[in-house]
Design a protein around this ligand. Structure first.
Ligand code: SAH
Length: 214
């Protein structure tokens, strides 16, 4: 089946599961197969996590949709992502933020950062900037961020990320070691409100404010 038709049937599935139109339109514009390593490319439009090498797994498309939905990314938004992986999720957020917005995405594995950078630039995502470093410390150079999306599970919400969140701003992050909860952190009028959005499964966030025992 051609990629476009596979993408369309995935979008239809996500719509039936309740994803919103804006997020679905953004996902419809991103050729997910181009971000996938060859061995898992045939499964690019299956709604399942995929193993990408380096001991890392990327989220199922429905998780990308759910996180984008919770973040509620308007046009012109400045977004920070921790855990670039293959760069697919960054591309979806770049579609939501539009040409006036920017996505800064941080990865700790050099090969993954390089691959993501190559694919993103080939597809013309000039508003996505990939950085190689420990994302648990955020990216202070360009802070504050209107939205922060963390794609790996942390022991606690890293303090630097809350500090680098704009007011108003929203952050989503999975928290926990074996059993994880997706947390939404909202900063508003000087207050920080944290809400539990339910159980999830992510690879660990490693680094200074992440897990150390792996
Ligand atoms: N958002 C990605 C999925 C990322 S998987 C996508 O849709 O393709 C999680 C990623 O987080 C892995 O690539 C892993 O290397 C990265 N990661 C883990 N700890 C990190 C840290 N401290 N800083 C940056 N990246 C980290």
């Amino acid at each position: 089946m051609p990629w476009d038709r596979r993408r369309r049937s995935l979008i239809d599935l996500l719509r039936r599961e309740g994803a919103g139109d804006r997020v679905l339109q953004a996902m419809d514009r991103v050729p997910r197969e181009q971000f996938m390593p060859e061995n898992v490319r045939p499964d690019a439009y299956e709604d399942t996590p995929l193993y990408i090498g380096h001991n890392q797994t990327i989220s199922a498309p429905s998780m990308v949709a759910a996180m984008c939905q919770l973040l509620d990314i308007p046009e012109g938004c400045k977004v920070l992502e921790i855990g670039t992986g293959m760069g697919y999720h960054a591309a979806v957020m770049a579609e939501l933020a539009g040409p006036a917005g920017t996505v800064f995405t941080v990865e700790r594995i050099p090969e993954l950062a390089d691959q993501a950078r190559t694919v993103l630039s080939k597809l013309g995502y000039d508003n996505v900037k990939v950085f190689l470093r420990d994302g648990t410390e955020g990216l202070p150079d360009f802070a504050p961020y209107d939205r922060i999306s963390v794609a790996a599970a942390a022991p606690d919400i890293p303090k630097p990320l809350v500090e680098q969140l704009n007011d108003p701003g929203r952050l989503v992050i999975p928290v926990g070691r074996y059993f994880q909860q997706l947390m939404l952190v909202e900063k508003r009028g000087g207050h920080v409100i944290t809400t539990d959005k339910g159980g999830v499964a992510f690879v660990p966030l490693l680094g200074k404010y992440g897990f150390k025992g792996y």
